[in-house]
Unconditional design. Structure first.
Length: 132
């Protein structure tokens, strides 16, 4: 179909926007854990795991937003989200709609997709290929 062929030319830009918007949401989760910003009604207790998760989310989210080291960072963050889901959400209830794990699952699979697809447009990862 002609419409889909036309849209396909914008695949790198759509992937870049997906990466950036997902990363900005992820940074927010990390900053809430580390700095309680945005302010949460129930701030996270900074245990070793929460601190590690906050650092991964904050720093990893910034790297993904910039499109820097996209594939290895996305792989690491997908793993973090899988672990977070099974440690924090799954024990509460089987169903993600009931256990609050929807975001963890979505982040995990978007990061897994970024690992396979790469950074898309608007990424610092592309600066060498732009010069070639």
């Amino acid at each position: 179909m002609k419409l889909f062929e036309t849209l396909a030319q914008y695949r790198p830009q759509a992937l870049g926007v997906l990466r950036i918007m997902t990363a900005l949401q992820f940074v927010e989760h990390g900053s809430q854990k580390l700095f309680n910003f945005p302010v949460s009604a129930q701030p996270h207790a900074l245990t070793g795991l929460t601190t590690a998760a906050g650092i991964l989310e904050f720093a990893g989210g910034i790297l993904l937003a910039l499109g820097l080291f996209t594939r290895p960072v996305a792989f690491l963050l997908a793993g973090e989200m899988a672990i977070a889901y099974f440690m924090a959400h799954f024990p509460r209830d089987f169903f993600p709609a009931n256990n609050g794990g929807d975001a963890a699952i979505l982040f995990c699979f978007v990061f897994l997709y970024l690992f396979f697809a790469g950074s898309g447009a608007f990424a610092l990862d592309n600066r060498d290929s732009a010069e070639a």
